[in-house]
Design a protein around this ligand. Structure first.
Ligand SMILES: Cc1cc2nc3c(=O)[nH]c(=O)nc-3n(C[C@H](O)[C@H](O)[C@H](O)COP(=O)(O)OP(=O)(O)OC[C@H]3O[C@@H](n4cnc5c(N)ncnc54)[C@H](O)[C@@H]3O)c2cc1C
Length: 380
């Protein structure tokens, strides 16, 4: 278990308890079933909202629970640590990347229409930026939105969209202007709009319980009032969103690694070889020590970034560093956890097998390791 960060107070402790209870009762008993099925029941969104978890860090005036990013990350940690299904936590959390542009730049009418029902668990939100031909290079997206009277007509495709197979509120990056980042806007496209289809539900290495979609847009008519903020000014909200998304992914890495460490600690006490438990070998104990050290380092960097964020000066470079450090820690710990479990570590019903697969996403999603290094190197 984690010691709370030094800046956490009673509000965090209470939320951690709520999240733990929800994860233990509503996620953990079904974790393997949902991971194997590649989806979890839609009702879980409503249940998470009723448990006071979905609206954490969103303003109360918009139907949220209040609090800030530190509360949201505390909930994430507990859901992963006690729910044992990273895919479910990913799917439940896509509003965390889909809604912030609406919160920051949306109109009251947009917030009422799109934000509030998502925070009640009645609708699912996601963020659609990546395209088959443009992932890291966001400024090159090609999906167009052309103005036609009081509508935009959207044509193009998106891929790798988490929660995309059943999302109702799709915060979509579109090209409304010329080439480059200056021609990019954000538009809310509602699930079920004619011309929008899920062209493929993607099968993945990990995060199985989270659905991932390829979306196709053919002459999709979207009311112009669904534009978020100003036309051709969508790049800034996209970049701002990345900082908190990356810190969220850092929290994932830290929690996954901690879960893998805990499972390993238990296993090496039970499993015997050569007449003694595995923990009796110094090499085993040193492995555990290295695992714990890397988690502590990643968590310390996460807390540093969080404090900057809460102080009103989020630092994209530090967040990029934290993402790479946490990603490495998570990969290292999960790899060692599988090794400590021996053959059982390679078998599907063993938790660390799943965590090892889940861990592989983090150097790719939310900005790759190389793109983080680009960001960091430019600051040097
Ligand atoms: C499971 C999953 C869920 C996802 N969820 C979402 C989502 O909900 N919404 C969404 O919009 N996107 C989502 N993504 C997309 C994700 O953000 C992209 O995969 C990621 O940004 C990388 O883009 P790409 O896959 O196109 O890789 P590319 O950009 O094609 O990169 C391929 C390789 O080239 C490297 N590379 C690229 N540019 C450079 C450079 N300048 N210097 C050095 N190396 C470089 C990359 O680091 C990488 O190693 C998801 C992806 C996955 C796998």
């Amino acid at each position: 278990m984690f010691a709370p960060a030094h800046f956490e107070d009673e509000s965090h402790a209470q939320l951690r308890q709520q999240a733990r209870r929800f994860a233990e009762t509503r996620i953990a008993p079904h974790a393997s079933e949902w991971e194997e099925a590649g989806i979890f029941p839609r009702e879980l969104y409503v249940e998470a909202a009723e448990a006071g978890l979905l609206g954490v860090s969103f303003p109360e005036s918009m139907g949220g629970q209040g609090g800030d990013l530190s509360h949201q990350l505390a909930v994430t940690e507990e859901l992963i640590l006690h729910g044992h299904s990273v895919g479910t936590v990913v799917g439940l959390g896509t509003h965390g990347i889909g809604l912030p542009p609406l919160v920051a730049y949306g109109t009251d009418a947009q917030r009422e229409r799109f934000v509030a029902p998502v925070l009640r668990g009645e609708k699912i939100a996601c963020l659609a930026i990546s395209e088959p031909g443009a992932g890291s290079d966001v400024a090159r997206i090609r999906t167009t939105a052309k103005r036609d009277g009081d509508h935009y007509v959207v044509d193009g495709a998106k891929t790798f969209i988490s929660s995309g197979t059943r999302a109702d509120v799709i915060t979509t990056a579109v090209r409304t202007g010329g080439p480059g980042h200056e021609g990019v806007s954000l538009l809310v496209i509602e699930g079920g709009t004619p011309g929008l289809t899920v062209s493929k539900s993607l099968k993945k290495m990990g995060w199985w319980a989270s659905d991932t979609a390829e979306l196709s847009f053919e002459g999709v008519r979207v009311p112009a009032e669904n534009l978020i903020g100003i036309e051709n000014a969508g790049f800034v909200p996209i970049m701002q969103n990345f900082v908190s998304e990356r810190l969220g992914l850092v929290a994932h890495c830290v929690a996954i690694a901690q879960l893998a460490l805990q499972a390993s600690q238990r296993y090496v006490k039970e499993r015997e070889a050569f007449g003694k438990p595995l923990v009796g070998f110094q090499v085993t104990r040193h492995k555990l020590a290295e695992m714990a050290t890397r988690i502590a380092a990643a968590r310390a960097l996460m807390h540093d970034c969080l404090q900057r964020h809460l102080a009103g000066s989020p630092n994209p470079v530090m967040a990029a560093m934290a993402k790479n450090v946490a990603t490495d820690a998570c990969s290292f710990v999960c790899d060692h956890a599988v090794q400590l479990h021996g053959g059982y570590g390679y078998i599907r019903e063993t938790l660390v097998e799943r965590l090892y697969r889940d861990a592989r996403l983090y150097p790719i999603g939310g900005g790759t390791r190389e793109i983080m290094n680009e960001l960091i190197s430019k600051s040097l």
